[in-house]
Design a binder for this molecule. Structure first.
Ligand code: GLU
Length: 384
């Protein structure tokens, strides 16, 4: 008699979770996990490297987003605590980032895995050329068997050019890397249910998640639970599920990939945007907005039309060609996001006019559309 014939042993002790088929995952590790008192926690790096090696042995690519530049650098700058001042944080990050990479390179190197550093800012996502360039670099690294390690370019970015927190950066990275799972490893073991305080094993991204967010920030990180849930919502826009799990114990990634229901799994909706529409929806900010009349709104939202100057009633902000803007209804409520074919000043001049009048008004015509259909995403497509 084999053990499986014993009915008691056939009962699984925990409900299992079914992850989608995975080819590539993005794993974000928070500062509070990797650093303690301003120093590298070698046991954490060793466990992470072990986990990453295991995931790759399953034929799954790994892209790491690792925080900790500031947390590992402030002491080297002579600061007693993690600074809050922007410039002091930039200085600390430039001291800590090489320490972070040295530790990762050492521990992954023990498994024969090479690492690469990519320091990004919001511009690398918002500018289409830079986005594609980052995508190509990632693809080439992964094809070469290298583990790309991404962090924000903290040393040089200021608040204006930053994505802001690495949970958000990791969510955007799932789009750049065409990954199919986002794992956020932190000191928090998951999303705790408001009420019984239990970790929610699985929750739909459409559920009222805010009810369960009890936000507390770690000393070194900038995210907190709100940022993690918001990151999960971003990844879900292109159909990528997110898991928040405890990063302080070893073997977490193995357990996750074995479908053990640890942490919280955020199930995305099934709608998926194509790659270009994803990119339009990925930005954290729009640079301006246009308000349109009812006719233009119906044409854009219901008939799949481009936005023409005729329907524009107001132009807000100071944007250039190619910037992402919001397309709003007559009450100023955004219903679409799109890339501007003309600058804000040009749009103000031609707003309310027919396409054939653009030449007379501006003295030139780039295209007839103010926002072309191919450059537009309806919010109902992009928001879960
Ligand atoms: N990029 C920051 C760092 O490496 C961390 C940002 C975050 O905690 O989300 O120090």
């Amino acid at each position: 008699m084999t053990t499986s014939a014993n009915p008691e042993l056939q009962i699984s002790p925990m409900p299992s979770r079914q992850l989608p088929k995975l080819a590539r995952i993005v794993v974000k590790v928070g500062s509070a996990v990797i650093a303690g008192d301003g120093n590298v926690r070698p046991e954490i790096f060793a466990a992470l490297a072990n986990d990453v090696a295991d995931v790759r042995a399953r034929g799954i690519d790994v892209v790491l987003v690792v925080s900790g530049a500031v947390a590992l650098g402030y002491r080297g700058c002579g600061f007693a605590t993690v600074p809050s001042d922007v410039v002091q944080r930039q200085a600390a990050a430039s001291v800590g980032q090489p320490k972070l990479m040295a530790a990762l390179d050492h521990h992954l190197g023990q498994h024969g895995i090479a690492t690469a550093q990519l320091l990004m800012s919001a511009d690398d996502i918002e500018n289409r050329r830079r986005f594609l360039s980052a995508r190509h670099t990632l693809q080439a690294l992964l094809a070469a068997g290298v583990v790309p390690v991404i962090n924000e370019n903290d040393a040089l970015s200021d608040d204006e050019t930053k994505v802001g927190d690495n949970d958000h950066l990791a969510a955007l990275t799932t789009s750049v890397a065409s990954a199919d799972l986002l794992v956020l490893l932190s000191r928090v073991a998951g999303l705790y249910r408001n009420g019984d305080g239990e970790i929610i094993s699985e929750i739909s991204i459409d559920a009222p998640l805010a009810d369960h967010i009890n936000d507390s920030l770690s000393d070194t990180g900038v995210g907190g639970m709100k940022a993690k849930v918001s990151a999960a919502q971003i990844a879900a826009r292109w159909g990528v599920p997110t898991i928040i799990a405890d990063g302080t114990t070893s073997g977490t990634l193995q357990k996750l990939l074995n479908n053990e229901p640890i942490g919280t799994y955020f199930a995305p909706n099934t709608r998926k945007l194509d790659a270009r529409k994803q990119w339009i929806a990925v930005r954290s900010r729009s640079r301006g907005s246009v308000w349109v009349d009812g006719g233009a709104q119906t044409a854009v939202a219901e008939r799949g039309a481009s936005l023409l100057a005729k329907g524009i009633t107001q132009v807000h902000g100071d944007f250039t060609i190619g910037a992402r803007i919001e397309v709003c209804d007559a009450d100023g409520q955004p219903f679409a996001l799109g890339l501007a074919s003309y600058s804000a000043d040009e749009m103000r001049r031609v707003a309310g006019h027919k396409a054939h009048e653009i030449q007379d008004i501006l003295g030139y015509v780039y295209v007839d559309e103010m926002v072309h259909r191919d450059d537009m995403v309806l919010l109902q497509e992009a928001t879960p």
